[in-house]
Unconditional design. Structure first.
Ligand code: KIV
Ligand code: ZN
Length: 407
């Protein structure tokens, strides 16, 4: 029998690897539910509708529109968003309580793709102190809630609140009950943001390997940022088998916030070898970040990844020189990919000649080497007294430099 040469076998294997279609990771946006729980950031129905429309255009798979049982206003928002949204599933939160579930179903009545998100706390601390219950009873309540939600909609997501601090073997039993009752998605929240990435990843792997009939549902990760690990934990979860990420624009959310949508999406995009894909149109990321900031009244910190004011700004001489020569020397993302017009060169006392010449050219001066030497000295004296030097300042510094006037 003819045996193919080893090199040919290797080549075929490589081609197959790169031909593999990427695994789709569903993006579940909860800016309008978990995100809106930030003190002082409450939105009215009109604002929620504007944001929901943009989220749908952005390409998210699920919009968690609110918690219909929590107030008449939130009920109205979920109902109106259900009528408006064309592509994404619309989801309403409920506790594992019959009346909550029924009200969520009513609010979602007009959604093209309705999803009820119901669940209960599963950590010993929740079971003992919040519910004054026991493990067996919580499993029964989880089962009953999903079963009841299934009587209204096909798509039911179950959350095991505080799953991050829930014992894995018990969590697996709760998940099995939820799947048996018909859950399509299992949400494993690290509610308190306590887990380390390797722990959280191992939890997802454990569930993939130990929950009976796990292939009947997808695992969703829902991380909080109390230790600044929400994004890292979500990525570990995806690598270990989660196929839905719950996140918010700008990472807004209670306390230190939730996983930032823009971070997860750009990590997956910038690391194609991980072989994961989302349906997000990344060019809308900056605009929607600004929209959320405007309506919620809080902006991301300037150094916030992807959407912060300084995410594509360069102020030190060495970096500016590198970026002016070739953008990707100091930028791993093309700003245009996230809807930012261009990288910013910000002049400060740490800037060098290259940046000054570049900015001077932008405001209309082509300085010779001799001119630049003197203008640069004047610039440094000026910049030492300021935080930043703007275009008007450059204009002034050049016009008042002796060497410039003489030439
Ligand atoms: O953080 C959490 O546990 C939640 C659930 C209600 C899904 O937001
Ligand atoms: Zn949460």
């Amino acid at each position: 029998m003819h045996k193919p040469k080893l090199s040919i076998v290797l080549k075929v294997k490589l081609i197959n690897k790169f031909d593999m279609s990427p695994h789709k990771v569903e993006i579940f946006d909860t800016s309008l539910r978990d995100g809106e729980q930030v003190p002082g950031c409450k939105l009215n129905t009109e604002q929620k509708l504007i944001i929901a429309k943009k989220l749908d255009e952005l390409g998210v798979d699920v919009i968690e529109a609110g918690f219909p049982m929590s107030s008449p206003g939130d009920f109205e928002s979920v109902a109106e968003i259900s009528k408006l949204v064309k592509n994404a599933s619309v989801c309403g939160l409920s506790r594992a309580v019959k009346n909550d579930i029924k009200i969520a179903a009513e609010a979602l009545a007009f959604a093209k793709k309705p999803r009820i998100h119901t669940g209960i706390g599963t950590s010993d601390s929740h079971i003992k102190y919040k519910f004054k219950s026991n493990r067996a009873e919580i499993i029964e309540r989880a089962y009953a809630a999903v079963k009841y939600a299934k009587s209204f909609v096909e798509d039911v997501e179950f959350y095991a609140e505080d799953a991050g601090r829930t014992d894995n073997a018990y969590l697996a039993k709760v998940c099995e009950a939820a799947i048996k009752a018909g859950a399509t998605v299992l949400n494993i929240p690290d509610t308190t943001g306590y887990c380390l990435p390797n722990e959280y990843g191992a939890k997802i792997k454990y569930l993939k390997e130990h929950v009976k009939d796990i292939d009947k549902a997808i695992i969703s990760c829902h991380c909080h940022n109390d230790l600044g690990l929400a994004t890292a934990n979500s990525i570990e979860a995806i690598i270990n088998g989660a196929r839905q990420v719950e996140c918010t624009i700008n990472g807004i959310g209670e306390r230190a916030g939730n996983t930032a949508l823009e971070e997860v999406v750009m990590i997956l995009k910038q690391h194609p070898y991980l072989n994961f894909d989302t349906s997000i149109n990344t060019k809308h990321l900056f605009t929607i970040s600004q929209l959320i900031s405007k309506h919620m009244g809080i902006s991301p910190q300037p150094n916030k990844a992807i959407v912060g004011a300084n995410a594509f700004a360069h102020s030190s001489g060495i970096h500016q020189d590198g970026v002016i020569k070739r953008r990707d020397t100091y930028e791993i993302i093309d700003p245009a990919d996230v809807g930012v017009t261009e990288s910013a060169i910000v002049l400060t006392a740490r800037s060098g000649r290259a940046a000054l010449a570049y900015k001077a050219k932008n405001v209309g001066y082509n300085l010779t080497k001799l001119q630049l030497d003197e203008v640069y000295l004047n610039f440094l004296n000026f910049a030492d007294q300021r935080k930043e030097v703007n275009d008007n300042d450059i204009h002034q510094i050049i016009e008042t430099s002796r060497v410039y006037r003489e030439i």
